[in-house]
Design a protein around this ligand. Structure first.
Ligand SMILES: CC(C)(COP(=O)(O)OP(=O)(O)OC[C@H]1O[C@@H](n2cnc3c(N)ncnc32)[C@H](O)[C@@H]1OP(=O)(O)O)[C@@H](O)C(=O)NCCC(=O)NCCS
Length: 375
């Protein structure tokens, strides 16, 4: 006899375990991808290795990593129809919308069929490979230039910058982008991964789940926050100005981008790792005052409300000091997180029960239908 189900209601599903996963664990005192601490991956891992770990469950051997890199190289190019569609999109279209449409369109040209694990892994590699190409093509068209062809042999991070700017990045640019990609790759049942899993649980295809993820990540309460943080910091000429604004924002109960987290209440491990690297970019910059602004906001939020920064806070200034256009900050998040979404898709799809919770009805009580002539 089955047990009666207890009907719990928590707004925003706070504290609810909505499924099981082997992919990552987000805890107060640690973040682990497949059992490996984020600190170790951040220090040692090229993003391709982290993506392989998430998708396959184990770190690759040197030969497996090489083969994975070659697979990504093989799949980087976009169908000409997708390139043409990117070219035709209005200039004002947000980068995340371009990405959402282009990934969706690319699905129509994906020749891989079948739902066995190798086919799913192959599809995941295809989607991972094209995100930098889409971001790059879009930037090149906005600059009035033709897209450059992917250059085989580059890391995912270096390739992303190469496709965007048509030149190989410096070692520091590639290293820092790689770091953010590793930090952004996966985060358990965050909103976009959960949304992608809901799509997977209907047995829809992987591209549909990834497009779901992109749409969900776009919002300013989720991935969109990395763009919002730098828009905020750039408003201020000094730390004092930023602190005064922050005091008022807290007093008037405004949400400040880059702070707070549903799960972490003792601070976001990823943010601490990135902040240390971000600070090293400050010397020699003419806009160094942004570092004062950064700490003034951070310290005031802590003093007034005891809320920690999340990873999007240092990421905004890191990308800005890497001279990246703000509109690609959240798309760069996708260039990484697509690996986590795909791992979630495969995990859900291959051990599935449809995700279908209940709602609590708060509408009018039952009433009689009134014919239109009598309303
Ligand atoms: C991430 C986020 C959506 C989590 O939301 P949540 O778990 O529902 O948290 P709550 O909104 O219940 O916040 C709890 C308290 O902290 C406050 N708080 C949370 N995030 C805050 C922020 N960024 N700025 C100011 N106050 C914040 C809330 O106002 C609330 O205060 P109260 O108890 O006095 O009413 C939320 O912190 C947020 O909007 N952050 C800004 C956007 C962002 O950086 N997103 C990226 C997340 S990685």
């Amino acid at each position: 006899m089955s047990q009666p189900i207890e009907h719990l209601y928590r707004p925003g599903l706070e504290g609810i375990i909505a499924g099981e996963t082997d992919i990552s664990a987000v805890q107060q005192d640690s973040l682990m991808y497949r059992g490996y601490a984020i600190e170790e991956l951040a220090e040692h891992s090229p993003f391709e290795e982290t993506a392989y770990l998430l998708l396959h469950g184990e770190l690759p051997t040197a030969a497996q990593l090489k083969a994975f890199g070659a697979t990504l190289d093989k799949y980087r190019a976009l169908p000409s129809e997708v390139i043409e569609t990117i070219r035709l999109m209005p200039k004002e279209t947000p980068g995340m919308d371009v990405l959402r449409t282009a990934v969706s369109m690319a699905a129509h040209f994906c020749p891989i069929s079948g739902d066995e694990k190798p086919a799913l892994l192959d599809r995941a590699a295809r989607i991972l490979a094209i995100v930098p190409t889409i971001i790059g093509a879009r930037l090149r068209f906005l600059a009035g230039k033709a897209p450059v062809a992917p250059k085989p042999g580059l890391s995912h991070a270096a390739q992303t910058l190469y496709l965007a700017f048509g030149r190989e990045p410096s070692a520091i640019e590639a290293r820092l982008l790689n770091l953010t990609l590793v930090l952004y790759a996966e985060h358990e049942f965050n909103a976009s991964a959960f949304a992608a899993r809901v799509t997977a649980s209907t047995l829809a295809d992987m591209y549909s789940a990834i497009v779901t993820g992109i749409g969900t990540l776009k919002g300013p309460l989720h991935g969109g926050a990395n763009e919002e943080t730098i828009h905020l910091m750039r408003q201020f000429k000094s730390g004092d100005e930023a602190a005064a604004w922050t005091e008022n924002a807290i007093a008037t109960k405004q949400k400040i981008s880059g702070f707070g987290h549903r799960v972490y209440k003792n601070g976001d491990h990823r943010a601490r790792i990135l902040e240390g690297e971000m600070e090293k970019l400050a010397p020699g910059r003419s806009d160094r005052h942004l570092l004062d602004v950064y700490f003034a906001i951070k310290n005031t939020v802590w003093e007034r409300k005891q809320i920690h920064m999340n990873v999007d806070y240092p990421c905004g200034l890191t990308y800005y000091w890497l001279n990246l256009p703000i509109d690609i900050y959240t798309p760069l998040f996708v260039a990484s997180r697509v690996s986590g979404w795909s791992a979630h898709y495969i995990e859900q799809f291959t051990n599935n029960r449809i995700i279908r919770p209940l709602s609590r009805y708060t509408g009018p009580p039952e009433r009689s239908y009134v014919p239109i002539a009598k309303r």
